[in-house]
Design a protein. Structure first.
Lengths: 278, 274
């Protein structure tokens, strides 16, 4: 009987171990594969150079600029709206059916496949509002994708500010707005920024939305109305049309590095903040 | 020479400093459908320390929060009856709770410094109310920290985060923060229950010093503390679960502790329940 228990225990442990190991292995394999195939292609010319020739040899600078441009603009659009909406939901709205509906809508919106959002962006921004294939259309469509994520993380950040800290402010004769703007938002800021960075990481990796709204033209955009091609779109075209697989891997590696950078900075921010308050 | 009448002698007129600061008449309090307090009537004397004692859940803290209308923040709460501050109804239509809370400061059970520097914590209130000049703020910050008996410990680290202080120091920082807006009344909701004994001593000393300029009401679980620091004591009790709590007995602290009139007060004080 006792041996039986021990065997079961050992078996369970082995299963957990196996599952954990598989996860690590899959992650490691993907990263390693992209790294091995891409690293040979990374060079200053590849990052800062212009593409040329039928097989898009040379660099991917226009794609890097397009990606950062469209993501940055999307962030500028989404931040004020998402943060204000979250403040309203968390602090001002009477908690009831309407708020629950808004929250449910946001969660559903967050789960909408990005290609659907891309189609919407094409119909609404590109065609309807006549922005054309441009960084502007791309940024608006991306901001729709980021909005629910940023709003929900911001709302959680605001809610996690302890009640008794608010009471301290109210107890000194602060109005609601004074309390929100001087105590609650600064206290929640690191977590709000973390949410923003994570959403940005997602936007950087987004393909379907930008292919429909920013287009596929290789171009270094200057004005928001210029078209462009994001790194993800470039990667897709390089790989699927079999034009230049090494360049695809190089682009993939750079993308991964960028997203890793975003996630690491989010973690660093959270940690630094914990240290400062502790 | 005129003979000074003692308090128990007939014809005794309370001295000026015993004037009523806050008067409560027939107060009922509700959380939604639940009535938490019933028919409370008492007078809080100016420049004195009044202690609210009673078992957990007897509504002492709820009652305390009626004085600065902190309960307004709780949706569904309702106050009936009258509370006056210096003769003025604080629940009257024209009274802004935000203004009221400037005059009636509050200290909470959990020290709650804001996540900012010690200096900014104390300067927060004055800044809210429009003080901008650095020199004025410096002066208020120093004076308030001195009044709160914490200046010596923090004067060299004013730029450091308020949350880096020990619990007892944090609580005195919070007291300084409240004093910086110069309230007439200080509400203390179990201010010593979450801090170390040395700091408790300091806060009790502080109360004795402050009462010359501020009227203090303290909710405490600790009967020895009530006996040590207060001039008047109010004993609250919720006799039946689900029924509203009431004020059982209110009087001079020595009397409440040595010769309570009500059997229930005596039972509580001698430790038979609670």
């Amino acid at each position: 009987m006792r041996d039986m228990k021990r065997t079961t225990n050992a078996l369970a442990l082995a299963v957990f171990w196996f599952a954990g190991l598989t996860t690590v292995f899959v992650l490691g394999a993907v990263i390693l594969y992209v790294f091995v195939n891409g690293i040979g292609h990374i060079s200053p010319e590849f990052i800062f150079g212009q593409p040329h020739g039928v097989n898009a040899e040379g660099g991917i600078w226009p794609m890097i600029v397009s990606t950062l441009y469209v993501t940055g603009l999307a962030m500028v659009i989404v931040t004020p709206i998402a943060v204000l909406a979250a403040v309203y939901l968390a602090e001002y709205a009477v908690q009831g059916r309407l708020v629950r509906t808004i929250r449910f809508a946001a969660d559903t919106l967050a789960g909408v496949p990005s290609i659907v959002m891309g189609l919407f962006g094409l119909a609404f921004f590109v065609e309807g509002l006549g922005f054309g294939f441009s960084v502007l259309s791309g940024a608006f469509a991306l901001s729709f994708l980021m909005l629910p994520i940023v709003m929900r993380t911001t709302e959680e950040a605001i809610r996690s500010v302890p009640r008794y800290i608010r009471w301290g402010s109210y107890g000194l004769g602060a109005t609601k707005w004074q309390t929100v703007s001087r105590i609650v938002l600064p206290a929640a800021m690191p977590r709000i920024i973390t949410g923003l960075i994570l959403a940005t990481g997602r936007a950087v990796g987004e393909t379907a939305v930008v292919i429909f709204t920013m287009g596929t033209m290789i171009n270094t955009p200057v004005l928001p109305t210029d078209p462009g091609r994001s790194m993800t779109v470039h990667l897709y075209m390089m790989a699927m049309e079999g034009i230049n697989l090494p360049a695809a891997f190089g682009t993939a590696l750079l993308l991964m590095a960028m997203i890793l950078f975003f996630n690491l900075s989010a973690r660093w921010l959270l940690r630094r903040n914990r240290r400062m308050q502790g | 020479m005129t003979h000074t009448l003692a308090e128990h002698e007939p014809g005794f007129v309370p001295p000026v400093d015993a004037a009523v600061k806050i008067a409560v008449k027939g107060l009922d309090f509700f959380y939604g459908d639940f009535q938490a307090l019933t028919d409370i009537t008492c007078d809080i004397k100016a420049n004195a320390v009044t202690a609210f004692i009673g078992p957990s859940g007897c509504g002492k803290s709820t009652f305390l929060r009626c004085f600065n209308r902190m309960n307004d923040l709780i949706i569904g709460s309702k106050v009936e009856g009258l509370i006056t501050l210096d003769g003025q109804d604080i629940y009257a239509a024209g009274v802004d709770p935000v203004d009221l809370r400037r005059r009636i400061g509050m200290i909470f059970q959990q020290p709650n410094p804001f996540p900012m520097s010690i200096y900014d914590n104390v300067a927060y209130g004055p800044r809210l109310h429009g003080m901008k000049k650095k020199s004025e703020l410096d002066e208020v910050v120093e004076m308030s920290l001195k009044r709160a008996n914490v200046w010596k410990e923090v004067k060299d680290i004013l730029g450091r985060g308020g949350l880096t202080l020990s619990g007892g120091q944090q609580q005195r920082l919070c007291i300084a923060r409240v004093l910086a807006v110069q309230p007439d009344v200080l509400l203390m909701d179990e201010p010593c229950s979450a801090i170390d004994p040395t700091s408790v001593q300091k806060i009790e000393d502080l109360m004795a010093e402050l009462k010359s300029s501020v009227t203090i009401i303290i909710v405490t679980h600790n009967m020895q503390q009530a006996a040590r620091v207060s001039d008047d004591t109010a004993f609250f009790l919720q006799e039946v679960m689900g029924e509203p709590a009431m004020l059982v007995e209110f009087g001079r602290t020595p009397e409440i502790f040595t010769s309570p009139k009500d059997k229930r007060t005596e039972d509580y004080i001698t430790g038979r329940f609670g």
